[in-house]
Design a protein around this ligand. Sequence first.
Ligand SMILES: [Zn+2]
Length: 186
Amino acid sequence: MSDPTTPEGRAELRELLAKATPEPWQVDDCEGELRVGAGDAVTAWQERTDEEGRSYRVGTPPWTWKSTNLIYEHDLETWDEGEDQDDDQRRADAELIVAAVNVLPALLDALEQASRDYEENMRAGLRHKHRAEQAEAALGRVRALADEWDTLPCVCGYQIPNGNDDSSQCLSCAASDIRRALDGTS
Ligand SMILES: [Zn+2]
């Protein structure tokens, strides 16, 4: 069985689609005849509205068709649903087969898109991780520098002879400011 979550599996399913009768397929269930067909082998339905505004459908059965366009045909015992369990099962199976075939191209497209999105998100995630690691390393270097300055004695207000540097902050106290900024407590 083809795994549609892998590119290989999707390619296999697309190959099956390409070889098969082109979709859309349709179930016709009319007067005890259950048919799965496509193209010119399906009943053509027209939407109509009656005098009271109610909509109804008029079906024109096919008269001639390419033989392979009639994909499956089964003579049911009953004409209407709810009268025979086996017939209802056959109707349900035909509906599922047709629905699955008809949505398969869109499902494969969606899976391919999801797969591309996933890979793009993975790449974006790796880029963000790389940037976060670089930022962490830079902060680590700043913290190491603050730790180093922290070991120095406080020399705030140290008077430089003949200077005017009496209000400067020393490296040791600057280290405390840097540490508070790093911790987010400043
Ligand atoms: Zn100081």
